[in-house]
Ligand binder design. Structure first.
Ligand code: SF4
Length: 392
């Protein structure tokens, strides 16, 4: 078969899965092609952690089937996040991420083991300044991460946030061995000449839990092996930073950490508890206070606005927190409900208009305070969907 592989993933981590699938498909005797028009079948990695991304995945499946008349194979996150909806719209072959090893063999008629194609994903930076690059290349899907060399260190997440549907799709937590990561990192740093590396993972702070290592140990290994390397840490649950507080603080002081992405989601204790986030406002105040005390300004966060039962007071508390500690950048998302998640059972729901008003007010106050802020229903985010569909 001639196969066109299309990633609709909005996170960079899944590029590793796509690389693995492509290697497996080619080794199984099929031919990878560059356009859907040349293909007998299109394999689509679907994304579905938000309603707009789920709808985009469904729309693209329909488009390939109806407009191009090509056979579609659906892989990725949607099959486990919303199987009922997918089945009501699609009758073809499905490869859910969680059970992909067996399904890949069945769908592509192969005896090969897809596991042997699972290698460390390391990717060169595509620019030095994302904003500048996007102005010059409007059809490219460049994100903040693309300023760094990327290194995927693990996949999966063991936290149990009440709103998160991605965990329905995640396989069991798996880390790459530090030696493999060190070699890949060394190679790509030598190739690019760039020493700013972002460690990416679905939940970075749990790195090594399955192989007897910890995140601080990995950072020390990489920093020891690659002189001058500076690491950005993506998707680092504040609970993990707090778990290794002294070690992480030391690594920060030693200059090994270039940037921190610490998704808070809220700063109201009541809402944090309902979200099942394992920290309190006092805990994150200690963490962000330490960053402020050390004059470390390279950190950003993510917040969810309009979580069920969020009051004006909860909202104001979160806003006051970030105004006090001033992350460099904030992504504020409107709460989106996923059926079947624990948060779907929490009431009262916040009306759409109230959520929108809070989001707009939040954005206004951040801009007024000189804090970079983006919202997931902004033009920038809408534009990202367009770019995701354009980029192979
Ligand atoms: S659902 Fe989550 S893990 Fe899956 S592709 Fe989208 S962002 Fe990535």
């Amino acid at each position: 078969m001639r196969i066109f592989v299309k990633g609709l993933n909005s996170c960079p981590m899944r590029k590793q899965n796509l690389e693995q699938y492509c290697s497996f498909i080619a080794a199984s005797g099929h031919r990878l092609v560059n356009t859907p028009q040349e293909a007998d079948a299109v394999l689509v990695w679907t994304c579905a952690f938000r309603g707009d991304l789920r709808d985009n995945s469904l729309h693209e499946i329909d488009r390939y089937q109806n407009e191009l008349g090509v056979r579609v194979i659906v892989a990725g996150c949607l099959p486990d996040i919303d199987p009922g909806l997918l089945r009501s719209r699609f009758k073809g072959d499905i490869i859910p991420w969680r059970t992909d090893i067996q399904r890949l063999k069945e769908v592509f008629g192969s005896d090969m083991d897809p596991e042997q194609f699972r290698t460390v994903f390391a990717e060169a930076n595509i620019c030095n300044d994302t904003m500048k690059y996007r102005r010059e290349n409007p059809d490219s899907d460049a994100t903040f991460h693309d300023q760094f060399v990327k290194l995927l260190v693990s996949e999966g997440c063991r936290f149990d946030c009440s709103y998160c549907s991605e965990k329905l799709a995640f396989p069991t937590y798996r880390s790459f061995q530090p030696e493999e990561l060190m070699e890949s990192c060394r190679r790509i740093v030598a190739m690019t000449g760039r020493r700013e590396v972002i460690l990416i993972a679905d939940s970075l702070g749990e790195y090594g839990c399955d192989i007897g290592y910890t995140l601080p140990e990995l950072i020390r290994i990489l920093a020891g092996a690659i002189p001058g390397v500076k690491l950005a840490l993506g998707n680092l649950n504040p609970a993990s930073f707090l778990q290794y507080f002294d070690e992480m603080q030391e690594l920060l002081c030693n200059g090994h950490i270039r940037h921190l992405n610490l998704p808070l989601q809220s700063a109201s204790d009541r809402i944090l508890k309902l979200m099942n986030r394992p920290y309190t406002k006092h805990d994150i105040g200690r963490l962000f206070g330490m960053l402020n005390d050390k004059c470390f300004t390279e950190f950003d966060t993510h917040l969810i606005i309009g979580f069920p039962s969020e009051t004006d007071a909860d909202f104001e508390e979160t806003m006051a927190f970030v105004l006090q500690y001033r992350p460099k950048y904030i992504l504020a998302s409107n709460y989106m409900e996923s059926p079947g998640m624990a948060s779907a059972k929490i009431h009262p729901k916040i009306p759409t208009e109230t959520r929108q008003l809070r989001l707009r007010e939040f954005e206004r106050r951040m801009k007024q305070a000189g804090i970079l802020c983006n919202t997931d229903d902004s033009e920038l985010s809408a534009d990202r969907l367009r770019r995701l569909n354009l980029v192979k």
